[in-house]
Design a protein around this ligand. Structure first.
Ligand SMILES: [Zn+2]
Length: 103
């Protein structure tokens, strides 16, 4: 497959990104590496870098970067992928919570 996915990305997150894209009528398979990174990664200004959405947690109703414990914004309206990125993050969160019920 010629899929352009960042190599260190969690396959579960990729699967969620694919689902959210198909719901929104976007062909995930045709996205470039830059675009898939835009969907599955967030920018942390404290770390001065990007991390996968799986490194973002909700603490006290804020999205917090697990690398530096600083609240970050997903900028849902910053570009056309912002809304999708937010949807992917919350879907990942919902699945993570559901997955823990079996413990
Ligand atoms: Zn950070």
């Amino acid at each position: 497959m010629a899929q352009q996915i960042p190599s260190n990305c969690d396959p579960a997150l990729v699967e969620i990104a694919r689902e959210v894209c198909s719901k929104e009528g976007l062909d995930f398979e045709s996205l470039t590496l830059h675009q898939t990174r835009g969907l599955m990664y967030y920018w942390c200004s404290t770390c001065s870098g990007t991390h996968p959405l799986t490194d973002l947690v909700i603490l006290k109703k804020k999205k917090v970067c697990t690398h530096c414990d600083t609240p970050v914004k997903l900028y849902a309206t910053s570009n056309k992928f912002g809304k999708l990125r937010r949807a992917i993050f919350f879907q990942h969160l919902a699945k993570a919570i559901t997955g823990k019920k079996g413990d």
